[in-house]
Design a protein around this ligand. Structure first.
Ligand SMILES: C[S@@+](CC[C@H](N)C(=O)[O-])C[C@H]1O[C@@H](n2cnc3c(N)ncnc32)[C@H](O)[C@@H]1O
Length: 265
C-alpha cells in the first residue's frame, strides 16, 4: 500500500514543485505515495472565506483560526482511513518543533500516513495544536514565511527512502547521514577539469580499492566537517578497518597541512 500524505495548506499549487518534478514526481506517478491537499478556506462559513484573525493580547500579524483548520484535519484523517492508512500522525510544521534529521525521517517512514499542517502568518491558534497535533517538526533554526516548504522538505526526504523509489537502492544508502557518515566526494567527466584531475583510484576499475577509498573519504569528511556525527558513529562501534582508514586519512591530512604551512613561511 502506498504511503499517504494529506497536506493542509492555503497554497496547494506550491506542492506541484514535488509532485510534478524529479524523483518525487516520478515516485508519485508510479504510486509509491499519494498526496492530497486540503485548503482551510474550503472549510470556512463566511462569504470572505476568512482563515485568520488578529491575536488576542495585541501585537503584529495575524493568527490562523482553529476551526477551519480542525475541519480540514478531520477531513484529511477520514481520507487517510478510507485509503487504508492504519498508523498515522498529525504533524504541524513549526520552527518550535523537533529538528528534522535522518532518524526522524526513518521513524516517520514506519507509519503509513501523515497529515501535515502548513502554518502561515504568526502561526496557528494554540488550541488547534493541543487538540489535533501529535508532533511538531522544524526543518531548522530559522523562520520561514509558511509551512509549505518545510512540508515539502519532509515529504521529499521520506519519499527518497521508500524502497524502489531510487533506481539504484545503493543511492539512498550512500547518502549523507544514512550510515551515520557524510557522503564521499563524487566526480564525473571530464577526467581533467581546469587542471584538476579525478583521483586515480576511481579510474582503476578495482571495486575493492574504490570502496575502500570512498569509505575513507566518508570517514575523513565526517571527521573534518561533523565531528559530532563521527563521535556518535564511534560510540555505535567502528570496525578495525574503519579505524585504520580514518587514522590514515588523519595522518595524510595533517601531513598535507604541515606542508602547506611550511610553504607559507
Ligand atoms: C512566520 S512563521 C510563524 C513563526 C512563529 N511566529 C514562531 O516564531 O514560532 C509561519 C509558519 O511557517 C512555518 N515555519 C516557519 N519556519 C519554520 C521552520 N523552521 N520549520 C518548520 N516550519 C516553519 C510554520 O508552519 C509557521 O506556522
Amino acid at each position: 500500500m502506498a504511503f499517504e500524505f494529506d497536506v493542509i495548506t492555503l497554497f496547494p499549487d506550491m506542492f506541484d514543485a514535488i509532485t510534478k518534478h524529479g524523483v518525487t514526481g516520478r515516485a508519485k506517478e508510479n504510486e509509491f505515495y499519494g498526496l492530497y491537499t486540503w485548503n482551510p478556506r474550503d472549510f470556512t462559513e463566511n462569504v470572505y472565506r476568512t482563515v485568520d484573525d488578529r491575536p488576542y493580547g495585541g501585537g503584529p500579524g495575524m493568527v490562523m483560526l482553529a476551526d477551519p483548520l480542525e475541519k480540514a484535519v478531520t477531513a484529511a484523517k477520514l481520507r487517510q482511513t478510507a485509503s487504508g492508512v492504519s498508523e498515522m500522525k498529525v504533524i504541524y510544521l513549526s520552527p518550535q518543533g523537533r529538528l528534522l534529521d535522518h532518524e526522524l525521517v526513518k521513524e516517520l517512514g514506519q507509519l503509513s500516513g501523515l497529515v501535515l499542517i502548513s502554518g502561515r502568518y504568526e502561526g496557528v491558534d494554540d488550541r488547534l495544536i493541543k487538540r489535533q497535533v501529535d508532533e511538531e517538526v522544524s526543518i531548522g533554526e530559522y523562520v520561514l514565511s509558511g509551512g509549505e516548504l518545510p512540508a515539502m522538505v519532509l515529504i521529499d526526504s521520506m519519499v527518497r527512502q521508500m524502497p524502489g523509489v531510487l533506481g539504484d537502492p545503493e543511492s539512498a544508502n550512500q547518502d549523507s547521514f544514512v550510515n551515520g557518515l557524510l557522503d564521499f566526494p563524487h566526480y564525473t567527466r571530464p577526467k581533467v577539469y581546469q587542471g584538476d584531475i579525478v583521483p586515480e583510484v576511481l579510474m582503476s576499475g578495482d571495486p575493492v580499492r574504490i570502496n575502500r577509498w570512498r569509505l575513507q573519504q566518508a570517514l575523513g569528511r565526517t571527521w573534518l566537517r561533523r565531528p559530532d556525527l563521527l563521535a556518535l558513529r564511534i560510540k555505535r562501534g567502528m570496525t578495525a578497518e574503519e579505524n585504520k582508514l580514518l587514522e590514515e586519512f588523519k595522518k595524510a591530512y595533517k601531513a598535507n597541512q604541515n606542508k602547506m604551512n611550511q610553504g607559507k613561511e
